[in-house]
Ligand binder design. Structure first.
Ligand SMILES: C[C@@]1(CC(=O)O)c2cc3[nH]c(cc4nc(cc5[nH]c(cc(n2)[C@H]1CCC(=O)O)[C@@](C)(CC(=O)O)[C@@H]5CCC(=O)O)C(CC(=O)O)=C4CCC(=O)O)c(CCC(=O)O)c3CC(=O)O
Ligand SMILES: NC(=O)C1=CN([C@@H]2O[C@H](COP(=O)(O)OP(=O)(O)OC[C@H]3O[C@@H](n4cnc5c(N)ncnc54)[C@H](O)[C@@H]3O)[C@@H](O)[C@H]2O)C=CC1
Length: 193
């Protein structure tokens, strides 16, 4: 069977600088996805025009800046991640070239081959977050799976997480002893009858 070789990580976007180029439908979707996950994300959105929804999407998020102007190379300066979401393929390619030259990771929304990373479909329940990737095969299936998991993961899991965190802080002993106790306490979650 073909395998997904992407390496998942969870980024702290409040400590990083993100550039999104394009403020149309796709730009709105990507900025919305970022802010849903990380309301304090530091995001600059550069576009020649913005879809009317954009103002509502970024309203109340203090670290987002909308800049109405054509993209220029200098926009990449000081950025850690770039998302190119313009409808202009040549421009997206140019943004990719500049980002690679600056060693900044880039996602070109309509071109998987030019993505250093993909956005994922995200299940969120309090402190729990599950990111789903189909290796670019079907974002729609990722979205549907998110809906299935959202319904099947109980809300009560958050209080279990909080309790386990408190127990984890109180546990004495060396590292392996803590791991043994935590595994013992949570074994009921995977017990087969
Ligand atoms: C490779 C990847 C790169 C990236 O964008 O990061 C990529 C690429 C492409 N998407 C396309 C289309 C659509 N994308 C969505 C939705 C989402 N797309 C997302 C991620 C990814 N999309 C990355 C792979 C993720 C993975 O591994 O599964 C999600 C998960 C996250 C997010 O975007 O935030 C988000 C769901 C969020 C949610 O709701 O949970 C829908 C459905 C919808 O909007 O309802 C459609 C229309 C239906 C369809 O085509 O399936 C096209 C064709 C464009 C064209 O035809 O012009 C390409 C290009 C191509 O495949 O060549
Ligand atoms: N990955 C995905 O999930 C999907 C990707 N796409 C692709 O994403 C791309 C964008 O699609 P839409 O948002 O619908 O396009 P759109 O036409 O709604 O928006 C394009 C945006 O690019 C900006 N732009 C154009 N030239 C610019 C320049 N020189 N400098 C700065 N900004 C500039 C415009 O101002 C506008 O905000 C398309 O190529 C489309 O094929 C489409 C659907 C899904």
């Amino acid at each position: 069977m073909e395998q997904n070789h992407l390496f998942p990580i969870f980024l702290k976007l409040d400590q990083l600088q993100v550039l999104v180029v394009g403020g149309g439908n796709v730009g709105c979707e990507k900025v919305g996805a970022i802010l849903n996950n990380c309301p304090a994300a530091r995001v600059t959105v550069v576009a020649t025009w913005f879809a009317p929804e954009m103002a509502g999407i970024v309203e109340g998020f203090p670290n987002v800046t909308l800049v109405e102007k054509p993209f220029s190379c200098g926009d990449i300066f000081g950025k850690d991640l770039v998302i190119a979401a313009t409808a202009d393929r040549d421009l997206n390619y140019c943004i990719w070239e500049k980002s690679k030259a600056a060693k900044v990771l880039i996602n070109v929304a309509d071109t998987p081959a030019l993505c250093d990373f993909y956005l994922s479909s995200v299940v969120q329940k309090g402190n729990l977050k599950i990111a789903i990737s189909t290796n670019g095969k079907s974002p729609t299936i990722a979205k549907r799976l998110k809906e299935v998991l959202n319904e099947s993961i109980p809300e009560g899991l958050e209080s279990i997480l909080q309790h386990l965190h408190a127990i984890r802080d109180r546990l004495k002993g060396d590292f392996s002893e803590k791991v043994r106790k935590l595994n013992e306490l949570t074994s009921v979650l995977v017990k087969k009858d």
